[in-house]
Design a protein around this ligand. Sequence first.
Ligand code: ADP
Ligand code: MG
Length: 299
Amino acid sequence: MSAVITTHGLTKTFKSHTAVDSLDLHVPQGVVYGFLGPNGSGKSTTMKMLLGLTQPTSGDINVLGQPLTRASRTELLPSIGSMIEAPPGYGHLTGRENMRIVQGMLDLSSAQIDRALATVRLTEHQHKLVRNYSLGMKQRLGIAMALARDPALLVLDEPTNGLDPAGIEEIRTLLVHLAGRGITVMVSSHMLDEIDKMAGVLGILANGRMIFQGTRDELFAHSIPDLIIETPDPQAALAQGITATPIPRGIRISGIDKHQTAQVVHRLAVAGVPIHEVRRVQQSLEDVFMDLTGRGGML
Ligand SMILES: Nc1ncnc2c1ncn2[C@@H]1O[C@H](COP(=O)(O)OP(=O)(O)O)[C@@H](O)[C@H]1O
Ligand SMILES: [Mg+2]
C-alpha cells in the first residue's frame, strides 16, 4: 500500500522537553488512520508538524509523495484539509458565511461548498449563526471547511472530543465514508473507543513515542489473555498467593500465558480449592491500550 504520510525520526523539543520523540509514521493511502494517545502525548504537535505549522527539531516528513519543505508546503496545502484543536468558525456568522470565507481563500466553487455542507449534513442549518450550533455541528462545520477543497488527505485533531455518543457515531460514519471515497483520513483521539470502530490502522503514542503502529488485529496479537477461574470460594483461591481480582463466582488473573495457567491451576488443585471452570478470555482493546500507555509498556 502506498503511503500518504511517512516520517523518519520526527522529533520536536520544547526547551528541554521532548514532546515528539523519533516518530516513524506510516499512513497508508485511503484509510482512516487513528492516532491515539493520552493527553499530552504529542498528537497535536505531530499534526502541526505534518501541516508545516510547527518546525520539527529534527527528522523528515514526506506528504503526498513530496518532502515537506517551506516551498513544497504551499503546493501541498490545497490538497490537505485540516482541523487542529478547537473547531474553527466565527460564531457571529452563519455556517454558510464561514464557508464563504474558505471559498474565497481557496478560490473554490459554490458547488464545492454545497457538496461539503451536504456531506457533513449541514445544508439545512447553513443559514443559522454558528454560535447557536451544537458542538457536534461546529465540529462538522470544521470538517466541511477542511473538505470543501476536495483534499487527498484530511488531518483532524480530536474531532470527536466532547461529543455525545450519537455525535461521535455521526463523525465516525462520515470519516469511514470519506475513506471509502479514497480520501486518507488521519484522526487523533485520546479515547480508544472513539477511534477503534473507524480506524483501519492505529498509531499509538505515549510520551511522544510511537509504541504501536499497525492494524487492530496486529494490536490484538500482542495482547495476553486474562484467565477466569470459577470457584465457589474465591477467598480460598486468593489465599494461595495468586495475584488476582475477585469477581462474582471466582477470580480473574490478568495477562497470563499457558505455562503460568498450568502452574496456577496446579497450585489451587493441590490446595484443595474447588474449581468449577477455567477459561482464558481475550483482553479488551481498551485493556491492551491501557497496558501500553498507562503502564508505559513497549511492544
Ligand atoms: N508550544 C509549546 N511550548 C511548550 N510545550 C508545548 C508546546 N506545545 C505542546 N507542548 C508540550 O508538548 C507535549 C505534547 O503536547 P500535545 O502535542 O499538545 O499533546 P496532545 O495533543 O497529545 O495532548 C505536552 O507536554 C505539552 O505541554
Ligand atoms: Mg492535542
